[in-house]
Design a protein around this ligand. Structure first.
Ligand code: AMP
Ligand code: ZN
Length: 110
């Protein structure tokens, strides 16, 4: 998607601090961190959000979720919180599916 900021990050057209990448996904530091460690984990495939997923994305999503502990561990955290905002009413601002991974200090209760 040519006007998607996260597709531009994947393409290297917008700089980011990548902490992990493979053939299906990348993870990078959120530019406006809401926790000591705040990462965004995204598929290379442009999918707007959770509500755009179909059964054909099962392996992709499973793959992304399975990488999270290792990615968090690479940033020195074992405990972390994940958030996926789906839709503007839930706070989604970038319409390329992303998993927020946050931690680094005791997080407030939810
Ligand atoms: P959401 O509100 O769930 O759509 O989250 C979008 C997130 O993307 C926010 O936490 C932003 O701080 C983050 N963000 C926006 N632009 C960039 C960027 N260029 N590099 C890193 N993070 C970004
Ligand atoms: Zn995109």
């Amino acid at each position: 998607m040519s006007d998607c900021i996260f597709c531009k990050i994947i393409a290297g057209e917008i700089p980011s601090q990548r902490v992990y990448e493979d053939d299906r996904m990348i993870a990078f530091k959120d530019i406006n961190p809401k926790a000591q460690v705040h990462l965004l984990v995204i598929p290379r495939l442009h999918v707007t959000g959770l509500d755009a997923l179909t059964a054909q994305h099962k392996d992709l999503i499973a793959h992304m979720m399975l990488q999270l502990p290792q990615i968090a561990g690479s940033q020195g955290i074992k405990d972390f919180r994940t958030i996926i905002n789906n839709g503007a009413g839930a706070g989604q601002e970038v319409f390329h599916l992303h998993i927020h991974v946050m931690g680094g200090k005791q997080l407030p209760g939810f």
